[in-house]
Structures are given as C-alpha cells and as structure tokens.
Ligand binder design. Sequence first.
Ligand code: SF4
Ligand code: FES
Length: 305
Amino acid sequence: MTFDPQAATRTPPKKVIFRIKRYDPEKDKTWWEEYEVETYRGMTVLDALLKIKEEIDHTIVMRYSCRMGVCGSCGMVINGMPRLACQTQISEVASEAKPVIELEPLKNYPVIKDLLTDFTKFFNKHRSVKPYLIRKNKEEVEKGDAEFLMTPEEHKELYEYTLCIACGLCYSACPVAASDERFLGPQALAYVWRYVSDPRDEAWKERLEAVDVEEGPWSCHYAASCSAVCPKMVDPGAAIQRLRSVLIKYKLGLFKKKTAKKAVIPKEQVKPKKPLPPESKLVEGVDIEALDKAPVEIPVEELIS
Ligand code: SF4
Ligand code: FES
C-alpha cells in the first residue's frame, strides 16, 4: 500500500459522513447506517469510530487494540479497500468534494457483528504452516545459551517478511481466497517463504513438501492485490512466486538450500569478564561483586507499595 506521509498534516473536511455497514446476527439483518462526525487534523478512521461509539451510538461493534498499526486487529474495508482503521487518516480517504467514508467488514471472513470478523480459519491456516524456526537439535534450542548468526545479506533477504503483523488485509483482498476457502492464502504462504529462505531453519524440505498441494502456491492467480493492500509493505505476492520457483527447482533436484547455521556461543559469554575497577568496589553498603554474580530480585510487594 502506498502511504501518504503528509496526510496527518492536512486538515480533513470539517464534517464527514460515516456510512457503516451494520450486521445483527440475532436477526440476521444487514443495513447501512450514517453518522456525522466533526473531525480534526490528525484524526484517524479509528478515532472517528470511537467518537461515534462514545457520543452517538454505543452499539457499533469493531475490534481494535494498539491504535498504532502494530497489533493488526482493526482491519476493515474503508471506501472499498482493506485498511487498518488506526493507520488511515480521515484526510486520506475523504475530501471537501466527497466528505463521505464507507466502512464495511473485511471480505473473505465470516462477519460476527457490524465491523467485527471471525479470524479463526485465518489463524488456523497461519498455524498450519508452523510459523516458527525449526531446528533438529532440540537441546540446542532449549538450552538457549547460543545464537544462530546470519550475515546482513541473508537477513536482508527475509527481513521484509518478518514485518508481517498477521492483520489479514491481504487475505481479504485475495480473489482466490474469495472463491476457494481451502486456499492457504497470501499471509500463510508468505510465512512459508520467510522460513524456507531462512538459513537457520532446518525444516525447509518438510515445508516445501507440505505446500506442494492444490491449495498451496499453485492456486495463486498473481492478481497481486495482497501486496497492494499490505500496511507493512510486505509483498506476499512476490513470496508466493519465489515459493513456486523454488518448488519447481526442488522437484527437479536443482534447489540447493544454504547449509543450516550452526549455533554459536555469543562472544561476550566466551570472553572472560573484565575485572571491576577498584573504585567501583567502594560503594558504601553495596557488594558490587555479589550483584554481578546474582541478579537483584525485588519482591513484588515492594514494587506495588
Ligand atoms: S502480509 Fe501484510 S497484509 Fe498480509 S497479514 Fe501480513 S501485514 Fe497484513
Ligand atoms: S488497533 Fe492495532 S493495528 Fe490498529
């Protein structure tokens, strides 16, 4: 998604009409409702929704948490495009010529109520691709005293994909997900690529074999609408294409994964500690050497009182 960094500095129309698609699950009824909101410079769509909820109609239901584009929970369709409500300035989506903003729940998810959608299937797909580093030597991981080093180039290769906040906007924009609910979707497939391209991961073969199915990357039509709406500039469309290319090479026996990194003990743990300068031992009433050996524990009661 292209951002307009100047949007927060522009004054939006003084009054904006919010047309909100409502849904009542008890009556199975859908309707549109309009609310007029007085705006201010820097106001986001989420700010306006909270104002409506507080001052006009407290029955509106939506989901949000961080209010700063981090938790990924406030996704909704804003003027026809999946966006994060907390990251969308009113001045980006309304103008003096058209001071109207339409809000709908995200597409491709079941609607629970009003703007609130059910992410259960989406998160099940996310979980199904094992979105974490897998090492064969469990002890090496559990011991936790070593690091898996990467070069800056290797990090650059996958960094973009580590920015995903699982907001699900890409899934909402995906035309394949709209017609086939078995499709793993851009978010889960981008995660597969993120770990296949990670030189520290040792389960790349299993990952490639698991997604070599109809509902995997082969179903993608490369509409690229997923990449167009991503609020974190991740490019899931490109990840799916890379995954396809690697899968073909793998099936032909031509794919060579870089050898998995070995765990190394961090240098600071290997190096002997520098002795403390003599003056540092002179703090009255404090045994600095003992502090160095054992961390200070402050009882919880003391923190509360
Ligand atoms: S790839 Fe982008 S749009 Fe898709 S879930 Fe991650 S952050 Fe959201
Ligand atoms: S409220 Fe967290 S991303 Fe919008």
